[in-house]
Design a protein around this ligand. Structure first.
Ligand code: HEC
Ligand code: HEC
Length: 185
């Protein structure tokens, strides 16, 4: 096997692992470690036509800003979005329950617990984002976009300050094709 071919094979394998691991393992494994199937509430119905759900997400008990009739699956889907948009794991907002140790020896998270300040801030942020969208962004003519956590956070728990790129020369227009001189008015 020549070097570059071997390299290509390794890259393929790595790419395949990146696809396969999240699909096969990650969300299920992470959640299974935190929510044993034994706690699955009865009467949780999956939407018609949805693929069979192997993981179980207990019905939420402490929703204060999300619609209270959301199922465990719906809440979980939103949580995964927040996780991605803030580039922060569940632990950024959810407190560890030291009395509840999982099979891997690590304490589980108590998702209904409100002791982390970040969780309270996230509630404020959710209400703010909803208001920005319903009261303002949706009023933009032909509005087709909405503000999400990621609009500001861009993959960080604390949004980074935006520092505009420096202009080449102070006061000069940015380097662009020179506009033809204005002719008359
Ligand atoms: C940015 C903060 C944040 C992150 C990150 C986050 N959550 Fe949450 N989570 C919240 C907030 C806030 C609520 C409560 C929403 C409400 O009050 O309506 C919540 C509620 C929940 C609930 C419902 C608890 C109950 O019984 O009421 C579950 C389950 C949950 N989160 C799981 C997760 C999982 C799993 C992850 C990681 C994939 C995660 N969360 C990541 C902030 C976060
Ligand atoms: C309009 C911009 C904007 C949007 C949209 C937004 N945030 Fe924020 N968020 C901020 C800013 C700015 C801060 C920092 C506030 C401060 O520290 O004074 C912040 C702080 C936070 C923090 C605290 C971080 C820390 O270090 O403690 C959390 C958690 C958070 N946001 C969650 C969310 C979630 C979840 C959403 C979407 C539902 C969201 N934010 C949407 C601007 C935004």
């Amino acid at each position: 096997m020549n070097r570059s071919f071997r390299f290509a094979v390794v890259r393929l394998a790595v790419a395949a692992a990146f696809v396969a691991i999240p699909l096969a393992l990650a969300p299920g494994a992470v959640f299974a470690a935190q929510a044993p199937a034994a706690q699955a509430p009865a009467g949780q119905t999956a939407p018609a036509g949805a693929p069979p759900e192997h993981r179980s997400f207990p019905a939420p008990t402490n929703l204060q800003v999300l619609p209270k009739d959301m199922t465990g699956e719906q809440v979980h889907a939103i949580m995964e979005q927040w996780e991605g948009q803030l580039g922060s794991g569940c632990r950024a907002c959810h407190a560890v329950d030291k009395t509840n140790v999982g099979p891997n020896g690590r304490p589980r998270l108590n998702f209904a617990d409100d002791s982390k300040e970040e969780k309270q801030t996230a509630r404020l942020m959710y209400k703010m984002t909803e208001k920005i969208n319903t009261d303002y962004v949706s009023m933009v003519p032909n509005s087709g976009q909405s503000v999400t956590c990621g609009t500001c956070h861009r993959g960080h728990l604390g949004p980074e300050e935006y520092i505009p790129p420096k202009r080449e020369e102070h006061g000069a227009p940015p380097a662009a094709p020179a506009a033809p001189p204005a002719q008359g008015r």
